[in-house]
Design a protein around this ligand. Sequence first.
Ligand SMILES: Cc1cc2nc3c(=O)[nH]c(=O)nc-3n(C[C@H](O)[C@H](O)[C@H](O)COP(=O)(O)O)c2cc1C
Length: 336
Amino acid sequence: MSTYPKTAALMRRGADFLGSETAILCGAMSWVSERNLVSAISNAGGFGVIACGAMTPELLDSEIAATSALATAPFGVNLITMHPQLFDLIEVCTRHGVGHVVLAGGIPPKGSVEAIKAGGAKVICFAPTLALAKKLLRSGADALVIEGMEAGGHIGPVSTSVLAQEMLPELAEEHLVFVAGGIGRGEAIAGYLEMGACGVQLGTRFACATESIAHPDFKKAFFRANARDAVASVQVDPRLPVIPVRALRNKGTEHFTSKQREVAGSLDREEVAMAEAQLQIEHYWAGALRRAVIDGDVENGSLMAGQSVGMVKAEEPVAEIIAQLMAESEAALTRR
Ligand SMILES: Cc1cc2nc3c(=O)[nH]c(=O)nc-3n(C[C@H](O)[C@H](O)[C@H](O)COP(=O)(O)O)c2cc1C
């Protein structure tokens, strides 16, 4: 990308690794990151990633085939480590010659990194701490994503700026590290690149692109929202674990809090066993993202969104978003 020479130079390692023009990944978003958005991102010089989520191997097979038919540049596949058919999904990726597999949702189970690499693909893992980052690299991860709590979807407890300061000085010279969480403009990209990141991953900024199949009401909710509307779910009772999810506040998020109180009350009165109570909490959000993204139920569905949602104001084609991010980054680097 000779139009953005300073940014391109800092992104070179990441772009070479991905086989893309820019080292801007669009992080996998369940229900959103399907053939249309993924191919649009890759065709516009970014790197799209299919969100496999809870898909069966058969569904993933047809989604990869359909994306390949639309894409003229490489794309990746995001697999959730606790999927019961993880190894079958890896086999599907291998069969299609997918070049990059992102493992999300926890520590990769034994043999999974090896299985992906044996099929010829590169492995990208999420690293929540420096110690785990080093362990993942020793176990064969080819690149890491560090994602702060500003991000949309499932989040950890630490902010992107702190993770970047903790990890980049230690890792970025010798390893490929992409930074994610809270990135809405190119100036922030320039900052992380200067700190040593080889690229960045964005989700929220791309969720409402013209090419995204998200329901118009889902998109409208994003355009109206401010940073402070994207809140992390809160655990009410220590006995009932909740993995924090950042999403726009709505009736569903309020009801989730009262649901936790209700289940905790049932536990106190010994009306329900612990395992059953925990399952009720775990299952509460099942299908909720689909309800919001596909059906447009913005009241009761899950409007997963990061704090950068306040910078998403209108539907824009992916190519324009990428060009804008690159131009902002370039301007910032040129001013220095
Ligand atoms: C609607 C939505 C759904 C998401 N679903 C997933 C997912 O299925 N798997 C995953 O690894 N990350 C998921 N994420 C996280 C994104 O891949 C990405 O890392 C994150 O959005 C980056 O932070 P940002 O939202 O601040 O740009 C999701 C994010 C959003 C906004």
